[in-house]
Design a binder for this molecule. Sequence first.
Ligand SMILES: Cc1cc2nc3c(=O)[nH]c(=O)nc-3n(C[C@H](O)[C@H](O)[C@H](O)COP(=O)(O)O)c2cc1C
Length: 358
Amino acid sequence: MSHSKLLTPVGNAQLAFKNRVFMAPMTRGRSKDRIADELTATYYAQRASAGLIFSEGTQISAQAIGWTNTPGIHTSEQVAGWKKVTQAVHEAGGLIFAQLWHTGRASHPDFHNGELPVAPSAVPFNSQAFTDEGIKPSVVPRALTLDEIQATLADYETAARAAKAAGFDGVEVHGANGYLPAQFLEDGSNKRTDAYGGTIEKRARFLLEATDAAIKVFGPERVSVRLSPRIPYNDMGDSTLEQTYMFVVEALEKKKVGILHFMEPPALPEGLKLLAPEARKRFTGLFVVNVGYDQKTAEQALESGLADAVTFGSLFISNPDLPERFKVGAPLAPADQSTYYSGSEQGYIDYPALSAQM
Ligand SMILES: Cc1cc2nc3c(=O)[nH]c(=O)nc-3n(C[C@H](O)[C@H](O)[C@H](O)COP(=O)(O)O)c2cc1C
C-alpha cells in the first residue's frame, strides 16, 4: 500500500503507540487456575507488533467471575502470572493494557457455590453463560445493595493497583457487551430507584466511578473505556440509547480519559444511525473503533477522521503479525472459531508469523 495511516504512530502525553493497528480484548479460556502463565505470555508476545494490546477480560474479584477458565487480577499469584506476560510483551517492543472485567448478571451460580450472580436489579433476561460444564441458560440475578456497590467500586481500584504492580501500561474499564457497568447504564437492566438508577446521570454513575478508580491509579491518559451501544449481546437495551451514551462520552471527555474504545461496525443496517461519529465529535482523546473492520475500512476510518486507531479481534487471533501483513499486503489467515475457547495450545500460539513461513 502506497500510504498507510494505519502504520503511522499515534499517542498522548503518556503513551506512544508505534502504529494504529491495535489488538482487541479477547477471552481465550486458557487460564485453568485463573492465572495467566507462560503460554499466555507467549501468545501476547507473538502479537507485540500491535500498537497496543488490550488483554482479554480479566476479572477484578471472585464475584466478577463469569466465564470458564478466564484469568483474574485480584490475587498475588495472578499478579505474578501477569508480570510474565507484561515482561514478555515489553521485551518484544509492545504495550499492553489490562481489561478490567465484572460480568455481573452474565455470570452463573456455578461460579459462586450456587449463589446468585449480582446485578443492578433482579430482572429476568435471556442469555447464556459459559460454565465449566458448558453453556447454561442465564439466571435471574440478585440486586447489589448500596454497600456492595461501594465494595465493587473499591474492587476496581484494587484491581487497577494490581494491574500496575503487574506491569501493565494502563487499564481498560470493560463497559461494553452487557457486563456489569453496561447493566447499570442501560435502563433495560437497571430498575433501581436509588443513587445508581433512574435518570441517565444516576445509571451512568457506576461506570464513571469505576473509571475514576482506574484514573486514581494510572492517571487519565493510561485509562481506556470500552462502550458498545449497538451490541445487544447479553440481552441489553436502553430506551434512550443515543442520549444515554452521549452523556457518558461527554462525562469521559470531562475526565480527560485517554482512550474511548467504541464498538460499532463501519456500517449499520438501514434506519439505524451510526453513533461513532457523534461520540467522536464529543471526545478529544484517542478515539478507537472496532467491530468488523478490515484493512480498507480501517484506513478509511482514519482518513475520514472518524478514528485515531482501530482494534482488530479475530484477525489478530490468526495473524499474530497483523501490522506486517498490512504493510506488505500479505494474505490473511482465517481464524478457527472452534479453538477460540478450546483451552489448548492449538489455535492459540500456533498461528505462524509470515517470517516463519518463508
Ligand atoms: C474469541 C473472542 C473473545 C472475545 N472476548 C472479549 C473480551 O474478553 N472482552 C471484550 O471486550 N470483547 C471481547 N470480544 C470482542 C472483541 O474484542 C471484538 O470486539 C470482536 O471480535 C469484533 O472485532 P473483529 O470484528 O475485529 O473481530 C471477543 C471476541 C472474540 C472473537
